[in-house]
Design a protein around this ligand. Structure first.
Ligand code: MAN
Length: 470
């Protein structure tokens, strides 16, 4: 009995509230402004532009400059109509849409005096919207958890890299010491080798000079012999007649040596000598090679010194290579450490990976913190769109955009560049690429790295969806 009484009392009270709300709040007024519309007093236009009897409110005639006296009619061109949309999200629409035959409010309240037969769909719409919001929130939460593990991994990689750098620095120091040692050994071995070889250098030079002189003498003798062979009268001058007497100069085989043939053949003779010279050189080379093969190059003691120096040089080269490899590895690690991988190292794990997106013409590839590439689907070759540049989001959200700049020059234009917009998703993926301006590319990258924690759903807010202003 007691509970039945309590229930009826609740109905009366809540009914009274509803009725009171209807009375106290003229059509189209948002609850927060209800107190300005008191039917027991004159109405003050909300912008202070005038005071009118309360009966003028919603009388379909615009009295206030701000339209606040006609919240529920289309009388004021600048007014707004508030739809409560119980069960869904409240909405303010321009007054001009009131009773215009189009259902703007899901609770149909904007079409109270039209023949449009709008029905209240707020509950269904509200339910669908809440379901969608919950789904998105869940995705965001999942992304947020993934981000936490990206942070953890990023920090771990950073720490490991720091450790590796220290290790490499030590290794480099040791390698440098070894290299210096090997350099000393090399210098020490090269001193006696140099002295020993100097002796050989003199002998070698002498030998080469002799070969040259022999060759010259032989050439001259041959030339003299050939000349004498043609110089019939031995007067030291070759005349055309003397040449004409030699059948070998009859190049056209007509049985005679013409004056022209004789003159031409004088030139050919020179060529013959030249050919002969080449043959001669080849023979000399062969001789030299034979000599090299047959005779040991150095005496035993010198050879020993050369061998020791060679070994020392090899060992030094190896030690030097090791230092240079370490310096290179160290530099690349240090460069990587200097990059900004986000405030919590959350983007670091993306380095070393590449993400692709293919449209009708091109395949685009983004390798975070490295480069952006464009590759035609048909044909070969890649176009470099940009190298990792910087974070380029707005001040309050700097890590929402990346810029890859200094790509390949655009024909008759600037160098290519790629702007990467980053948004939250449960996996890292390139979801689209456009070229809004020639040679300026816009990439869309989805990644958990930017998934912030979803706002806690406020109990009051959620109740507003379900029981607003009932
Ligand atoms: C290539 C591609 C295009 C670009 C033109 C500019 O075809 O890189 O994206 O617009 O060059 O000439």
């Amino acid at each position: 009995m007691k509970s039945v009484l309590a229930f009826s009392l609740f109905c009366v009270v809540s009914g009274a509230v509803v009725r009171a709300a209807e009375v106290l709040r003229p059509r189209g007024v948002v609850l927060s402004k209800a107190s300005f519309y008191d039917p027991t007093r004159d109405f003050n236009c909300l912008d202070g532009s005038g005071t009118i009897p309360f009966s003028y409110v919603n009388d379909d005639y615009c009295d206030c400059q701000d339209g606040s006296d006609e919240p529920g009619t289309a009388a004021c061109p600048n007014g707004f109509f508030h739809c409560t949309n119980a069960g869904h999200v409240p909405l303010n629409i321009p007054s001009s849409r009131v009773n215009d035959g189009v259902c703007d409010c899901c609770d149909a309240s904007d079409e109270y005096a039209s023949s449009s037969n709008c029905v209240d769909t707020c509950r269904e719409l509200g339910r669908a919207a809440r379901e969608e919001a919950a789904k998105q929130r869940e995705e965001r939460m999942k992304g947020y958890h993934l981000r936490q593990s990206m942070i953890e991994d990023g920090r771990k990689i950073k720490k490991e890299a720091e450790g590796k750098i220290e290790e490499l620095k030590k290794e480099k120091e040791e390698a440098e010491a070894v290299r210096n040692e090997k350099e000393e050994v090399k210098k020490t071995a090269e001193e006696p080798e140099k002295i020993a070889l100097e002796k050989y250098q003199a002998v070698e030079e002498e030998r080469k000079a002799k070969i040259d002189a022999d060759k010259k003498a032989k050439d001259e003798a041959e030339a003299r012999e050939a000349f004498a062979h043609i110089d019939n009268n031995g007067d030291g001058v070759l005349t055309v007649e003397e040449l004409q007497s030699r059948q070998t100069f009859d190049t056209n085989r007509d049985g005679q040596v013409s004056e022209e043939e004789a003159r031409d053949d004088t030139d050919e003779d020179e060529e013959d000598y030249e050919l002969h010279d080449e043959d001669h050189e080849d023979i000399l080379k062969e001789d030299e090679q034979k000599e090299e093969e047959e005779e040991p190059k150095y005496d035993e003691d010198t050879q020993k010194l050369v061998d020791i120096a060679n070994e020392a040089r090899e060992q030094f080269d190896e030690a030097d290579r090791r230092v240079r490899d370490l310096v290179r590895e160290l530099r690349s690690l240090e460069e990587s450490q200097e990059k900004d991988y986000g405030p919590e190292e959350e983007f670091r794990v993306l380095e070393g990976n590449c993400y692709e997106y293919t449209d009708r013409e091109y395949t685009y590839r983004l390798c975070p913190f490295d480069k952006a590439i464009q590759k035609p689907k048909s044909g070969h070759g890649e176009t470099r769109l940009g190298q990792w540049g910087e974070w380029s989001g707005p001040e309050e959200n700097r890590y929402s955009r990346m810029l890859y700049s200094n790509g390949q020059a655009c024909w008759n234009g600037p160098t290519r560049s790629a702007d990467v917009k980053i948004y939250c998703g449960t996996e890292t993926k390139l979801t689209g690429v456009t070229e809004p301006n020639r040679c300026e590319y816009l990439f869309f990258l989805r990644t958990p790295a930017v998934c912030t924690k979803p706002e806690e759903i406020n109990e009051d807010e959620s109740s507003e969806y379900t029981h607003t202003e009932l």
